[in-house]
Every structure is written in structure tokens, then in C-alpha cells.
Design a protein around this ligand. Sequence first.
Ligand code: AMO
Length: 443
Amino acid sequence: MASSMNLDSIGDWTRTHYTSQVTPELDSQEVTLFGWVQDVRDLGGIRFIILQDREGTIQLTIPKKRVLPEVLTKSDLLQKRFSFGVKGNVKKTTMTSRGIEVIPAAIKIFNVATEQLPIDITGKTPALIEARLDARPLDLTQEQSLATFKVQHTALEAIRSFLFKKDFLEVHTPRIIASATEGGAELFSVDYFGQKAYLAQSPQLYKEELTLSFERVFEVGPFFRAEESHTRRHLSEFTSIDIEAAFANATDVMALLEQVINHVCTVVKEKCANELTLLKHNLEVPTIPFKRLTYDQVLEDLKQHDVTIPWGEDIPTEAFRVLGEIYPYFYFITDWPTHAKAFYIKPREDKPEVSEGFDLMHSYIELVSGGTRISQKEQLIQRLQEKGLNPESFKCHLQAYDYGMPPHAGWGMGLERLTMILTDNKNIREVTLYPRDRVRLTP
Ligand code: AMO
């Protein structure tokens, strides 16, 4: 049937409104809408078609005896996910939750869809996440998915405009690199014209070098981690929001970070009220400053809850879960042991075994890490050696320290983890368009 159907072209039709823009004030006006069939309900003498577009849904009501025969014939053909256009009159009604319906005067069918959709797009029968990800192009048409990515879009827009106002320049650094920045174990290697190269894990060294020229930079882009662990908060390809600022220390960039978070939550709450309602999430705008816990305090808190971690060790996931129960919102962890942090993090001058690195946590999830960086070449070489890394491999980076490297600090935040928090999603795959993890490389 579908293959033999005559399809329409868009011709001289232009959209006049998105569904969300059709309001009772437009009563008896003509509108042209484009979208997809979300559902068809036929009640004998009357047929309801739910038209869905990017912004929502609207009911088209077809009283079979009172519409033009061509409209009835076209509407007979419509099935879920067909893409189509409708010209019709808006009518106020008490029968729909939005208080309006549209009575079609003409319908154009642009394309058909398979009858056997792999998931129920009306959301009445929720599918398992793996089935949804396998059919991701279709899954992304669901209202929950659309709402999630609208929140992500709004958050990113808010972050960008905030950083522009704070004098940061947006930059783009290489993704194909010659040496690791965040530890060798999580590196993907690529064959670069016969030479071994790697996919960047972060823009760390480049953003630091750029403080030498542009002073304040930020970057938003994909980075790669060959994460062996299959968890609900790790991806092999994630989007990082990185900043780096010259003539600044950890305290400065932590203050900037809490302002960014506060701003993002405010903007999302305001601009995405409908999306948050749909996602059933009551987003709270956090008050600043955030709680600041030292690493030592964290160990103490954990001990009170029968979790003992020897000083200097990283904090394992199970311990973070306990910590997340005690501190369910945003909090910083500062004063990390130097050897638990990356080589570029500056040790405290008064107490070198403790660093100026910090993490911003939200409950048990690490959202951001950052710190004051080492800006002296000799110290950086020493830290590289202490970490068992060969300074020779970092020759190109180390040259920047010969040209007046300023004191500098910065942080990196995972966009997906931020979106998890903003939408109250527990699985990072939900907030990633096309997630990549240990077992998933498609679609
Ligand atoms: P870090 O390795 O802690 O620090 O990463 C910073 C933030 O990026 C996010 N993130 C991830 N998100 C999803 N999947 C992953 N596999 C993944 N790995 C990291 C997290 C994390 O907090 N260069 C430093 C940052 C800096 O010091 O400026 C860095 O990369 O939200």
C-alpha cells in the first residue's frame, strides 16, 4: 500500500506555526502545520489525528461528514510517523487539554513509514533503553527525548553566553594528538599515516598553552576515553566544556564555576518550564557559594559511615555513593593529595603533598574537575617524572613554558553529566544523542 501511494511535494506551502504556537487566541484563523502522525484514533463518524512537530503535539479533528472528500481520502491513508502537512482552521474546544483543535481543509502526505515501528512512539508502552537506542532516530522523536535535548541545548547556550560575557574566547584544539594527557590507560590509538597517534582525552595541554596568548579560553567538543568500565555515567565519547584562565588560581575558577552552574539552572528553569514538567523534574536553582569539603573532611565523613579509605587513595565509586547520601546536591572537594591528581595540577606551596586540584560533585556524580596548574617548567618536568611519564614525549608542550607561561587555572565539565543533573536522568545514554560505550558503536 505505502509504496504505491502518491506522495505530495511541499509546493508553495509554508509553515505558519509550530504546534506550540497555536493557541485559543487564533480561533477560526487558518494555519499551515507540518509534522508527523503521532497517533490516529478513529471513532466511526469522527477521526482524530495527533500531529507532532519539534515543539509538541496538536489534535486534528476530522468530522467525516463535514470535511471535503479529498481531506477524508488523505486522512484515511495516514499512519503513525507519516510526515505530512495540513492547512486548516483553528477551533476553540473544551475537548482537548490545550483548548484547541484544527479542522483540516487540505492535507499533503510527504512520506510514509513502516507499519511495524520497533518502539511505541506514543510512550504508552515504554521500551527498554537498549531497544530504544537501537532505534535511536525514531526514539529521538519521543517527547521525553526532545525535552531532554532541548534542556541540553538551552544549558549550552546559557554557558556560552555567560562565558562570552566573562571575556572568554571560544577555541578549537586538535582531536588527533601525539601523547596522552589524562593517563595512558584510557587512550584510543589511531594509525596516523603509519605513525601512532591518539584520540584526545581532553584539550588540557592546548587550553593551558593558549593562556599564553588568548588569556581566557573555553572549548566545547567531543573527547575520547577508552573506559573499560561499563557504568551509567561513562561514555567512550563525551562532550567536554573546558575553560582555562591566565592570572587566576583554583579559588577564582571555582567561583566562576558556581556562577556558571547557578546561571544555567536559572535559565533552564525559566526557558524549559514545559520540558521540565514533561520530564517530571522540579529543578532547584542552587544557592551559591557551594559547600567546600576538603579531601580530609571527606575521609572523616566516610569513616563516620564505616567506610575507611587510607589517606592518599582515590575515592572509589561505592564511597562516593555513601557521600552522595550525605551531600545530595552540589559540593566541592578540595585539597586532594597531589599524587591522586594529574601531573599538571599544582601542589600547594605550603604543603606539597596536597594539591590545588578540586572536583565539583553533585551527589555521587563527579561533574567537574579542575585546579590551579603548574606554570614553572622545572616543576612540571618533575611531576611528569614522578608520574612515570617521559618529559621527552611532552617536548612540544614544555616549550610553552619557555615563553612566559602565566599562572593559570581552569576546569572541565562533562556536558552529558550536566544534562543528567538538569533532567534528573540516571543513565548517561539517555542524554547522549548517539552514545558510544564499550559495547555500543552503532547507530
Ligand atoms: P576529568 O578527567 O575529571 O578532568 O574530566 C572532566 C569531566 O569530564 C567528564 N568526563 C566524562 N563524562 C562521561 N564519560 C566519560 N568517560 C568522562 N570522562 C570525563 C566528567 C568529568 O568531571 N583535563 C581535566 C579537566 C581540567 O582539569 O580542566 C579532565 O579531563 O564530567
